[in-house]
Design a protein around this ligand. Structure first.
Ligand code: FAD
Length: 176
């Protein structure tokens, strides 16, 4: 059995997304994550104020999401792009075009949209376990991992924070 150590601080919470790997590497952490790239658009439907067909709830279909921001602006996304065999991932224009065309297919008003911004980010996807990675770092009594949220880090942020808070207030409940 691995000996349990204390890092030289009261508590260390590692919540650095993909950067959590770099931070914990010197501690011989036993968890792995890979980046999964996502491209999304910020768009504005032209003349939206005078468009009676503009219907503005969140609309999701076939894992594509159109999210209203108000004033005729929307988020549209996102691609899901995995790493190649070398562990690298770069934004794929074809996948981006597919998302855009699929979004127009179920939300035709987007045909009249101007793309204000196109961006991409990398989601931290745990390997060999489900998301998120919310647990003590193996071998340490005072390092907690709050990372690897993959596609749901915004959604799960409050629940993650509450779990970490509860563990700090009652360390005997931490699942070592
Ligand atoms: C296109 C796309 C769409 C998404 N859509 C959704 C969605 O609809 N709903 C949802 O819930 N989630 C969504 N996500 C996922 C969500 O963005 C992530 O799960 C979330 O950002 C993870 O939050 P985090 O704080 O753990 O990590 P991050 O947001 O990656 O933040 C980590 C922070 O740590 C910092 N850091 C890194 N390394 C170090 C270091 N060595 N030292 C100090 N600081 C460091 C970074 O600079 C960064 O500020 C989406 C992601 C993408 C890319």
């Amino acid at each position: 059995m691995q000996q349990e150590k204390y890092f030289d601080c009261d508590w260390l919470i590692v919540a650095a997304g993909l950067g959590s790997l770099e931070i914990t590497k010197p501690l011989f952490a036993e968890f792995e994550m890979k980046p999964v790239l996502g491209q999304a658009f910020h768009v504005k439907i032209l003349d939206s104020a005078h468009n009676p067909n503009l219907f503005t709830p969140v609309v999701s279909y076939d894992d594509i999401h159109v999210v209203p921001l108000g004033h005729g602006e929307f988020w549209v996304g996102a691609t899901v792009e995995f790493t190649d065999e070398m562990g690298a991932v770069t934004a794929d224009q074809t996948l981006m075009d597919e998302v855009w065309q699929q979004a127009i297919a179920f939300y035709p008003e987007l045909k009249n949209a101007e793309i204000l911004r196109h961006w991409s980010g990398k989601r931290p996807r745990p390997e060999g376990q489900g998301a998120p990675v919310l647990k003590p770092l193996q071998g340490y009594k005072n390092i907690l991992l709050a990372t690897g949220h993959y596609r749901n880090g915004v959604l799960l942020a409050p629940a993650t924070a509450l779990t970490i808070r509860d563990w700090l207030l009652a360390p005997e409940t931490i699942p070592f």
